[in-house]
Design a protein around this ligand. Structure first.
Ligand code: NAD
Length: 326
C-alpha cells in the first residue's frame, strides 16, 4: 500500500480532477484545492478545500503537512476565445503568476518534497509556428522567447521561477509543457472550451446536412492529446529521478482544424458544411515534438486522435442531450 500524500492545486479543473482520480487509484492520500468543485463528477480527493490560491493565508493553510508530491495545475486559462482576445491579459498574468509565486514560497517553507508544474505549448515562439506544415516546438526552441500570448509569457516566467527554486532552495521540480489536452469532463461550452470540445458540441447540436462555424480558414494545424495519456506523462515525469524537464507532453499527430472537424463528423455520422468566419486564432501551426520525452522517459503518447475523439464525442453528446431535455 502506497501511503504517500499528494496535493493537487486546480483539482476542480479538467486535468486536475482526472489526476486526483488517478492518484487515488495508485494509493495516494490526496488533498485537492480549487475555487470550485469539479463540474461534472464528484471529486475523488480525500480532502477538498475550496479556496483562492492567490491568497497567502489559504496557501499556508493547505500546506499544513509535508506533502510528498504537489501538482500545481491551477491557472486562469481558457481556449483561444479567452486567451487570444487580449481582454483578459492582466487577469491571466496576475492571477496565474500569483498562484505560482505563493505555492513555491509557502511550499518551500512547508518542506514539500517535489512539485509538478503544468506549463504549456503556448510558450513556444510565434516565429517558429508560422508555417502550418512545419511548426517547430522542440524544447530548446523556446528561446529566444516570443510567445504569442500573455498566457504564454506567464507560463514561461513561471517555468523559470520553478527552476530557480530548484537551483536556490533544492526543491525537486518537474515541468511539463502540455499541448491541447482534451477528453470527457472538459469544458465544452461557455467560451473557455478548446477546439475538440467546441467542434464536438457544434456537431452534436447540428443536424445531418446542417452548417457550423469555424474560426479562420480552418487550415491552422494543431495536435491534441487525450487526457489519459497526459496523466500517464505527468506520472512518468514525476517518477523520474533524473529528469526535470521542461518537456513536451503532447501528441505528434498534427491535423488541420478542418480535418479535425471531418473526423468528428465521421464519428457522429453526419455531413455538415463548414462556414469559415473571423475569430481569435493563435499561431498557424503547432505540433508536439516528442524526441526529448522518448529519450528521457522512454515513453511518448501513442493513442490515435480518433480514439480519444470517439470517447469525447460520446460524452459531449450526452451533455447536449441533457441540455436539450431541460
Ligand atoms: P482548468 O481551467 O479546467 O483548470 C484550472 C483550475 O484552476 C480551475 O478549476 C480553476 O478554478 C482553478 N483556479 C484558477 N484560479 C484559481 C485560484 N486563484 N485559486 C484556486 N484555483 C484556481 O484547466 P485545465 O485544462 O485542467 O489545465 C490545467 C493546467 O494545465 C493549467 O495550468 C493550464 O494552463 C495547463 N495547460 C492545459 C492545457 C490544456 O489543453 N488543457 C494545455 C496547456 C497547459
Amino acid at each position: 500500500m502506497n501511503s504517500k500524500i499528494a496535493l493537487v492545486c486546480g483539482a476542480g479543473g479538467f486535468i486536475g480532477s482526472h489526476l486526483v482520480k488517478k492518484l487515488k487509484k495508485e494509493g495516494f492520500w490526496v488533498r485537492g484545492v480549487d475555487l470550485k468543485y469539479p463540474e461534472f463528477s464528484k471529486s475523488g480527493a480525500d480532502d477538498f478545500i475550496i479556496g483562492d490560491l492567490r491568497d497567502p493565508e489559504l496557501c499556508k493553510k493547505i500546506l499544513d503537512r509535508q506533502f510528498d508530491e504537489v501538482y500545481q495545475l491551477a491557472a486562469d486559462m481558457g481556449g483561444a476565445g479567452y486567451i487570444f482576445t487580449g481582454e483578459h491579459d492582466a487577469d491571466v498574468m496576475h492571477n496565474s503568476a500569483t498562484i505560482n509565486l505563493n505555492m513555491l514560497h509557502f511550499g518551500e517553507k512547508a518542506k514539500i518534497k517535489k512539485i509538478f508544474y503544468s506549463s504549456s505549448a503556448c510558450i513556444y515562439p510565434e516565429y517558429n509556428q508560422m508555417d502550418p506544415d512545419n511548426p517547430k516546438c522542440s524544447e530548446e526552441s523556446a528561446y529566444p522567447a516570443a510567445p504569442d500570448s500573455e498566457y504564454g509569457w506567464e507560463k514561461l516566467f513561471s517555468e523559470r521561477l520553478y527552476m530557480s527554486y530548484h537551483r536556490n532552495y533544492g526543491i525537486e521540480v518537474r515541468v511539463a509543457r502540455f499541448h491541447n489536452i482534451f477528453g470527457p469532463e472538459g469544458t465544452w461550452e461557455g467560451g473557455k472550451e478548446k477546439a475538440p470540445a467546441a467542434l464536438c458540441r457544434k456537431i452534436a447540436y447540428t443536424k445531418d446536412g446542417g452548417e457550423i462555424e469555424i474560426w479562420g480558414d480552418g487550415k491552422q494545424t494543431r495536435s491534441f492529446l487525450y487526457i489519459d495519456e497526459c496523466l500517464e506523462g505527468i506520472r512518468r515525469l514525476m517518477n523520474s529521478t533524473t529528469f526535470y524537464g521542461p518537456v513536451n507532453i503532447g501528441s505528434e499527430e498534427m491535423v488541420s482544424i478542418n480535418y479535425l472537424a471531418e473526423i468528428i463528423m465521421g464519428i457522429g455520422n453526419k455531413r455538415i458544411t463548414l462556414k469559415h468566419i473571423e475569430g481569435p486564432l493563435g499561431v498557424r501551426g503547432r505540433n508536439s515534438d516528442n524526441k526529448l520525452i522518448k529519450e528521457k522517459l522512454q515513453w511518448a503518447p501513442s493513442l490515435p486522435l480518433k480514439e480519444g475523439l470517439e470517447k469525447t464525442y460520446v460524452w459531449i453528446s450526452e451533455q447536449v442531450a441533457k441540455r436539450s431535455n431541460t
